[in-house]
Design a protein around this ligand. Sequence first.
Ligand SMILES: Cc1cc2nc3c(=O)[nH]c(=O)nc-3n(C[C@H](O)[C@H](O)[C@H](O)COP(=O)(O)OP(=O)(O)OC[C@H]3O[C@@H](n4cnc5c(N)ncnc54)[C@H](O)[C@@H]3O)c2cc1C
Length: 270
Amino acid sequence: MVNGYKPVSLQEAIEIRAAEKVIPYAGGTDLMVQNKKDAVYLFLNDIEELKQITDDGEYIRIGAAVTFTQALDSDLVPPLMKEAVSKIAAPAIRNAGTFGGNIGNGSDKADSVLAGFALDGRVRLVSAQGERVIPFDDFCIRRGVTDIKDDELIAEILLPKEKCALPYYYQKVGGRNALAISRVALAGVYDVKDGAVRYLSLTVIGEGKFTRYRDVEAELIGKSVAEIKANADEYAKLFTDRMTFTRGRVSAEYRRTVVGNLIRDYLMTL
Ligand SMILES: Cc1cc2nc3c(=O)[nH]c(=O)nc-3n(C[C@H](O)[C@H](O)[C@H](O)COP(=O)(O)OP(=O)(O)OC[C@H]3O[C@@H](n4cnc5c(N)ncnc54)[C@H](O)[C@@H]3O)c2cc1C
């Protein structure tokens, strides 16, 4: 028998989270395969406040219990995020899997987290003590480790509208066309005016953790697109020289080569 609580409001949920040792449970697509013995779950999918997608003028706010299918049906969710989540698993998983679960499990291959990093996203965490809003960069510490406290819940992810409006690049390389976890992926948004780069973000899957190399990104700001394209290999190498790739189903060398190719392809589309 499954033990757990089924709160219907966020307030009720954070009170239970403060009082008991519970595991937040959203869509369960990660948790159900872990089959934890004697776990007490805090089921989040009856909480309407966590299932909203809203626009507050500055941010697109996606509730932690919003499913990927719900996001794909929304006019508010930016195209980069939609493209990233459209590649997650298959429809049955997208119907149940949520944004809170994707960032909450701390996976280094989480597709919505890749897009969130590229868009300068933030995470809103709530507890009985109050709330805090932190950048994705600070929340995702390393594979399997996030900056969430035992009494906190992820309430929303916030995507800055000015970044959501920019053109984007996205590519996912998996082992097959469907139900494929990313072996390598790249997401970025950019702003080009009068032939020069005004802004560029770039994040990859393949390093074992999510990172933004903001100092390398900054080296491209102000450069002409023609110059970047003429020297795309060198600019791509500025990023890959800083990256450390992990081995798994594929070698670290494979990941380095494919990421280098994707960065070059990204720069050539500016
Ligand atoms: C067959 C299969 C294929 C998959 N393919 C992909 C893929 O291609 N890309 C990809 O990114 N993922 C993939 N996944 C992983 C999974 O579907 C996603 O990570 C999904 O977003 C998890 O969401 P969930 O709601 O099901 O999370 P759950 O399983 O409910 O929870 C996952 C973790 O997050 C925590 N959590 C959930 N909500 C909150 C909250 N509000 N506050 C605090 N902690 C919370 C839970 O405690 C748990 O630790 C796949 C999984 C399966 C089984």
